[in-house]
Design a protein around this ligand. Sequence first.
Ligand code: COA
Length: 171
Amino acid sequence: MPDLLIAQRHSAHLDRVVEALRQVHESDGYPMVWPDDPVAWLTPAGWIGAWVALADGVVVGHVMLVAADGVEHIEELAAAARTSVTGLAGVSRLFVTPKARGSRIASALLERVEDTPTRRGRRLVLDVVDDCGPAVRLYERLGWVRVASGPAAWTGPDGVRPRTAAYLCPR
Ligand SMILES: CC(C)(COP(=O)(O)OP(=O)(O)OC[C@H]1O[C@@H](n2cnc3c(N)ncnc32)[C@H](O)[C@@H]1OP(=O)(O)O)[C@@H](O)C(=O)NCCC(=O)NCCS
């Protein structure tokens, strides 16, 4: 098992993050539509922080902390957390390359986000396609609390609105 390092993402990592994302898109359809500009997709407006998982220097995972206003079901999340939307921060763009899965890399990335001072006391939230898949199982195993679910505000490549679920971090 190679040495795993969770590090803050730097611009020098971006090409390798895009390559990792391409593998994930090809195997899992995440993201559902391949972005025209993947670097822009990895540096959205309002992003607060980003981390990579490196196994012997190879990017095998990624996660971001973003402003919460774009998270699905945000009003329900704010009500459940008894705070305003600015009291929340979103976990986003979490992925692990197919060959590196099942070794708790995603869990390690989420722990790093939970522990970051950049969070400034904000409660963490996220949305996920509600498909009973590995991501939903991961959040539930880690104790994230399901607050709401319903049709997404966006449509997939087939023109259908998938169901999304919104989760609140337990701490
Ligand atoms: C969701 C995702 C990030 C999980 O990454 P991961 O690093 O494999 O996650 P973990 O290793 O922490 O856990 C995944 C599975 O491995 C299992 N596992 C982890 N460590 C284990 C161990 N030591 N022994 C046995 N099983 C283990 C977990 O129980 C879990 O199993 P389950 O999904 O069948 O319940 C990854 O599947 C992915 O990138 N998916 C595509 C992108 C995506 O959907 N992102 C989420 C967007 S919201």
